[in-house]
Design a protein around this ligand. Structure first.
Ligand SMILES: Cc1ncc(COP(=O)(O)O)c(C=O)c1O
Length: 427
């Protein structure tokens, strides 16, 4: 990390713009790590925080509850077909740890103690804690901890840009699904299948082909395996719908939200389950069926209050419809972007775009400069007045969801310029 001598310090932000100590304004192309919905300093959200902070700043959810968290749980269940109860945490990784514990303990609670294995897709990402690293194993990120991670069954994921030789995309999808079915058929110890919903984001913006997730969901039902979906990065409108799992015609037993839940203002995540899972945890005290899990800041009232206001604004502004329109701006830039000799592949859905940079378009060889690509793109982006971050050789465009068409257009114009001006350093 020595290449990062100092960091740009952000002192304030308004709308889609971040301001640093030197007075530079940067258009937020990262949605402050994929969580910002309305832009910064949105009065309604700030007021929700102020109002709640005067009444009750924090009160434990151990033995107690609080009004904003109760209200939010009701709203989350309302927007999540098939879900029944909510378990709060304060970050996405924890929400996924909870999802794993719920799934594993469910089988134990109903007496199926042999069902202890987890199956996942290769290249998924579910957070940086040990359970999350085990199920969302990206070798470049987590290789150094491999020995300490628990083992999972990993199934390849169909990436249209990198299909193994000899396959069509359709063949390869079928192969991946057959692999899942074969595992399910042969191994009755599998407790759950865990995957991101709609797309793998940190693993390189791999957008699932139509029906892929729905077929996995059907296989899970057929073989009596729980489906755990991670909507932390892809739900709440990022891919163009409130819940990706409904768009994908899949029916999870457990689903996790985070990031955009509070509009990106406070730290909060939620793990939702259906009634079947919830009911399995009910029992007399001495049955020991309850879940041993809780965080200090679980159900924090300020975070819940701002999340309630955030959900209110989604409805009031018809945000999902607006996103569907705004996101068309991305498509207008495919051609311009592809003209750049480094742009090998563009993957886009809703308010998410991944631009994969390669040094050889024909052979799809990723660029591999001496300095980190992220640093080069960040610095060039900053000169253009935008904040960008890359994941490996992929430039990620993940703006705040309510960005206007005009601002998104500007972000794309400047992204094109950034890649061009960075080109000499990238090859
Ligand atoms: C799909 C997915 N799951 C889980 C997480 C972890 O969330 P957090 O960073 O809040 O722990 C992330 C974070 O990027 C994510 O993209």
């Amino acid at each position: 990390m020595s290449e990062w001598g100092s960091f740009t310090e952000i002192i304030k932000a308004k709308g889609m713009w971040l301001t640093d100590t030197s007075g530079n304004n940067l258009l937020d192309g990262v949605a402050s790590m994929w969580c910002n919905v309305w832009g910064h300093s949105k009065p309604e959200l700030v007021n929700a925080i102020l109002k709640q902070s005067k009444k009750l700043q924090h009160s434990s959810m151990f033995n107690l509850t609080n009004e904003p968290a109760e209200k939010l749980a009701k709203s989350l269940v309302e927007i999540s077909p098939g879900m029944y109860k909510v378990f709060y945490s304060d970050n996405g990784s924890s929400a996924m740890e909870i999802a794993l514990k719920l799934a594993l303990q469910y089988w134990n609670n109903i007496g199926e103690v042999k069902k202890t294995k987890i199956a996942t897709l290769e290249n998924g990402y579910h957070g940086d804690t040990f359970g999350a690293m085990s199920v969302g194993y990206i070798p470049e990120f987590f290789g150094k901890f491999k020995k300490q991670l628990f083992s999972t069954i990993q199934i390849p994921v169909p990436n249209e840009y990198r299909i193994p030789k000899g396959f069509t995309f359709q063949d390869y999808q079928n192969t991946c699904l057959e692999k899942i079915e074969n595992k399910f058929l042969k191994d009755n110890k599998i407790a759950a299948f865990v995957m991101e919903s709609g797309a793998q984001v940190a693993g390189g913006v791999i957008i699932f082909p139509k029906y892929f997730q729905s077929k996995i969901s059907k296989l899970c039902k057929k073989y009596n395996i729980l489906l755990v979906l991670d909507e932390i990065a892809t739900g709440f409108g990022r891919l163009g719908s409130m819940t990706q799992y409904t768009e994908q015609k899949s029916s999870p037993d457990i689903v996790a939200y985070g990031k955009m839940l509070t509009g990106g203002y406070m730290t909060m995540a939620a793990t939702l389950t259906n009634k079947k899972i919830y009911d399995s945890f009910l029992g007399k005290f001495n049955d020991w069926k309850h879940l041993f899990h809780g965080h200090t800041f679980t159900g924090n009232p300020i975070a819940a209050a701002v999340a309630n206001e955030n959900l209110n604004l989604y409805k009031k502004n018809n945000l999902i419809k607006k996103i569907q329109k705004t996101s068309k701006i991305f498509e207008q830039y495919y051609e311009t972007l592809y003209k750049n000799e480094l742009v090998g592949n563009i993957r886009h859905k809703g308010m998410l775009m991944g631009i994969e940079l390669v040094k050889d378009k024909k052979n799809k060889i990723p660029i591999n400069p001496k300095k980190s690509i992220n640093k080069i793109i960040f610095e060039e982006g900053k000169k253009q007045g935008i904040y960008l971050r890359t994941l490996g050789n992929i430039v990620m465009l993940v703006p705040p969801l309510a960005i206007t068409e005009k601002e998104l257009d500007l972000l794309l114009v400047k992204t094109v310029k950034t890649i061009k001006s960075a080109q000499n350093q990238l090859i």
